[in-house]
Design a protein around this ligand. Structure first.
Ligand code: ADP
Ligand code: ZN
Length: 530
């Protein structure tokens, strides 16, 4: 790169100060940058907001040639290039959204050595012309952003990432830096293996995000709960609300707008221009709430996102961590709030059972879901549980998550679990299966028309559960489902059935510890700090 070359090659720190105006490197940045500048490979695992971009942008300016950045985030390339240009860095991109003349201009700039950074979509590297183009110029380094996209275990798998090992084969002398915010051991190992980064230095940053308050609330009336959160704790704040389906994105956005909150929808089914416009408004205006599917957010650099709310259960802890990590990049207090209920478990178990793919694939999805459920049902610190999941054990209870602030009691739910499971057994003996509503009616001894019509008042478990409320019973069912002590049918009606491990509970060989439901009203952090 020639940006600063009125003299000898500038040092990394000079580049940081003169181009970005920052005083010091953060965390591992200096060491990562030194490694790459010296021609070595690096694998960087750093949480969102940790400062990954500088780890390749600075070396690209220090080393001769152009830094080539492989990124799946085509929609953001223009923004990234604009932001760099504003700093005086010469950047361009090549992707499928460009006109031929625009592409030629970028190629020409690269060939004449007038580009510091060149962003490429991974599929570009399958095209022979692109490879030949790179050969004719000078590559300073390769940065592989969102490197977890190479992992078939992960939630963002992109087949085009698999062929990125060609970078090493074709340009063995060019240093590579792979970066991701996803950091389970399995993903980490898989990235190193598939990208042929065996010689690379590994940099694993702490995954703690101390300014994020993690909260997982029992789902009651999710939209009303969300509105309460926004009004009491985040009035006028920018935030992201994640929903599972496009329909619920649209409905939730419309509901918030009705309530006077500037909310915008974002999902893959919207027009490309609409998506781009909504994303731009979210980034540029203050206090916009983006209601989105997980199609939104990767690579979004908005420092003052004050909350991330999930109205549906994420499919994995990796996904949850990444999505919530978009809050509070500026280091100021932020909220990660998730509403979670029985229907989430039923729905996700069913989605896994009916998903395409082989048994191993379904097993993997089940493992991901089980880890997410364990986080939801934990009675100890959420942050400790999250960090443990990412292999960072030994953290102390944070004192700032919901379970730290109001520790849930646990109770012995063995007897209620046995009552419920034996009701399921008795119904199965009659060749019948029902959903949670009817089961709870039987346990509580309610003489509904349905109970009368089916003669279920004659079941020996009719009325044996009158000591628990409807809500408490739903909590029992949810937790049994989460622990796979109870199963759910794939029929689409959420009917309950026995699971393989149910027998242990029925025979009294297994104690069932349950989390006592805490009251529903979300508390206010402001009130607590005073
Ligand atoms: P990531 O890609 O890891 O999510 P970014 O590279 O977008 O994170 O950095 C997050 C924010 O932190 C950006 O606004 C960036 O400019 C800022 N930042 C990164 N490194 C430094 C530093 N050394 N000093 C000050 N700010 C930094
Ligand atoms: Zn905690």
């Amino acid at each position: 790169a020639t940006l600063l070359d009125d003299g000898p090659a500038p040092s990394a720190l000079e580049v940081l100060r003169r181009v970005w105006g920052y005083d010091e490197f953060r965390g591992d940045q200096a060491e990562i940058i030194d490694t790459v500048v010296a021609g070595g490979d690096a694998l960087v695992l750093m949480p969102t907001g940790g400062g990954k971009s500088l780890c390749y942008q600075v070396p690209a300016l220090v080393r001769p040639g152009t830094g080539v950045v492989v990124s799946p985030l085509i929609a953001l390339m223009q923004d990234q290039v604009d932001a760099l240009s504003a700093l005086g860095v010469r950047a361009g991109f090549l992707n499928s959204t460009q006109q031929p003349h625009e592409r030629r201009a970028v190629e020409q700039a690269y060939l004449s050595g007038e580009l510091d950074l060149l962003y490429l979509a991974p599929e570009r590297l399958r095209v022979r012309e692109t490879v030949e183009l790179l050969d004719q110029g000078r590559v300073a380094l390769f940065a592989i952003d969102e490197a977890h996209c190479v992992s078939q275990w992960g939630h963002d798998f992109r087949p085009d990432y698999l062929q990125l090992s060609m970078l090493h084969e074709r340009w063995p002398e060019v240093p590579r830096v792979a970066l991701t915010a996803t950091a389970t051991e399995a993903t980490h190992a898989e990235i190193a293996e598939r990208l042929q980064l065996r010689e690379a230095r590994h940099f694993v940053a702490s995954f703690d995000r101390p300014n994020i308050q993690y909260r997982i609330a029992p789902k009651d009336n999710p939209r009303a709960q969300l509105l309460h959160l926004l009004r009491t704790e985040h009035p006028g704040d920018a935030g992201i609300v994640y929903c599972l389906s496009r329909a619920s994105v649209e409905q939730t956005a419309a509901y918030l707008v009705d309530q006077g909150i500037p909310a915008l929808p974002y999902h893959a089914g919207l027009d490309r221009q609409v998506r781009a416009r909504n994303q731009a408004r979210f980034l540029r205006e203050d206090g916009v709430v983006m209601v989105a599917t997980i199609a939104f957010g990767m690579g979004i650099d908005k420092p003052d996102v004050r909350f991330v709310a999930h109205l549906d259960l994420p499919k994995s802890v990796e996904g949850y961590y990444q999505e919530t990590g978009r809050a509070g990049r500026d280091g100021l207090p932020s909220t990660a709030w998730l509403a979670y209920g029985l229907a989430d478990v039923v729905q996700q178990r069913r989605m896994i059972d009916t998903s395409d793919g082989d048994a191993a694939h379904r097993r993997r999805l089940t493992q991901h879901l089980d880890a997410m459920l364990a986080l939801c049902e934990t009675v100890s610190c959420r942050r400790v549980q999250l960090l443990n999941y990412f292999g960072q054990s030994g953290a102390e209870a944070c004192g700032n998550c919901d379970t730290c602030l109001s520790p849930p009691e646990s109770w012995d739910g063995t007897v209620p679990a046995q009552k419920l499971l034996s009701t399921v057994v008795r119904l199965e003996q009659r060749g019948q299966r029902y959903g949670v509503g009817h089961l709870v009616d039987i346990l509580r001894g309610k003489s509904t028309p349905r109970v009368q019509q089916l003669g279920h008042a004659s079941l020996s478990t009719f009325g044996v559960g009158a000591d628990l409320s409807d809500g408490e019973w739903r909590g029992v069912v949810r937790q049994l489902l989460a622990a796979e002590l109870l199963g759910v049918d794939t029929d689409g009606y959420g009917t309950l059935r026995l699971a393989p491990a149910s027998a242990e509970v029925l025979r009294g060989e297994r104690e069932v510890r349950l989390r006592r439901e805490v009251e529903k009203a979300p508390r206010s952090r402001g009130a607590r700090e005073e």
